[in-house]
Design a protein around this ligand. Structure first.
Ligand code: PEP
Ligand code: MN
Length: 286
């Protein structure tokens, strides 16, 4: 058996797998996304639209988030949508637009692969591969991204426990890829006023149990644009190593998740406030 009982100085009775746990490795892992370090003293902000829609949308959105201090760009080319009739993403065309904006902006990009058959293609275009919430327990996909040679952003399954989340990360590390960022993005509870229940206690818990960096997605975690800033600040105060947030140059016209996307002005204001929070907890945002 490669799992061990958590034997950190703790009374938490869950099983923490060997490679993600602190038994073998105590120092924090720093994930390098084309030169951007996640897990160090700087809190890294990842921003961009939910879905890649057009060059104009990417260009206008990226221009402002870059100015305000985003270090990595996000944008889905392959979108996991609840309805098969909703916009499914531009596919490889979207990856090409991401490659173009990556070149023009000089910022690395993260985008999702939903299927083992997409991993090789996505890895050609992206600096980091996202495994989405719905795929956290897609074990063949976890193994595939573990072998792809790129950092992986692993989102917590919306119905996954911390123990299951860590075991999913273990699949990736077991393939020899230690470049994994854990992302809390909200879980399903009985609450319906928010899209998900953002479990900010996951941040200190994951950091207590693992050496991997932990970031938070307050966009999917709340589903509400007005709530994103306050939860983003709370996440940084709770010790998150970064944030991933949806920003759209015209949220009301977004093809996907406009209701939870910040506009450029809201993002700029938030970045200003986040710098103060980061400083107050001994971190920085440059
Ligand atoms: C996303 O970040 O684009 C996304 C679909 O998020 P999640 O997998 O957390 O729902
Ligand atoms: Mn989205």
């Amino acid at each position: 058996m490669e799992t061990i009982l958590c034997n950190n100085p703790t009374d938490i009775e869950i099983t923490v797998p060997l490679l993600v746990g602190l038994q073998k490795k105590q120092e924090a892992t720093i994930v390098k996304v084309n030169g951007i370090e996640v897990g160090g003293s700087e809190v890294i902000i990842i921003a961009g639209p939910c879905a890649v829609e057009s060059m104009e949308q990417l260009f206008e959105t990226v221009r402002s988030v870059k100015t305000d201090g985003a270090k990595i760009l996000r944008g889905g080319a392959f979108k996991p949508r609840s309805s098969p009739y909703s916009f499914q993403g531009l596919g490889e065309e979207g990856l090409k637009l991401l490659r173009q904006i990556r070149k023009e902006s000089g910022l690395p990009v993260v985008t999702e692969a939903m299927d083992t058959r997409q991993v090789e293609l996505v890895a050609e275009y992206a600096d980091m591969i996202q495994v989405g919430s719905r795929n956290m327990q897609n074990y063949p996909l976890l193994k595939e991204v573990g072998m792809c040679g790129k950092p992986v952003l692993l989102k917590r399954g919306m119905m996954a426990t911390i123990e299951e989340f860590l075991h999913s990360a273990e699949y990736i590390l077991k393939q020899g890829n230690e470049q994994v960022i854990l992302c809390e993005r909200g879980i399903r509870t009985f609450e319906t006023s928010t899209r998900n229940t953002l479990d900010l206690s996951a941040v200190p818990m994951l950091k207590h149990l693992s050496h991997l960096p932990v970031i938070v997605d307050p966009s999917h975690g709340t589903g509400l644009r007005w709530m994103v800033p306050v939860m983003a600040k709370a996440a940084v105060a709770a010790g998150a190593d970064g944030l991933i947030m949806e920003v759209h140059y015209k949220p009301e016209a977004a093809l996907c998740d406009g209701k939870q996307s910040l506009n450029p002005d809201e993002f700029a204001n938030l970045m200003h406030e986040l710098r103060k929070i980061a400083k107050a907890v001994g971190r920085e945002i440059s």
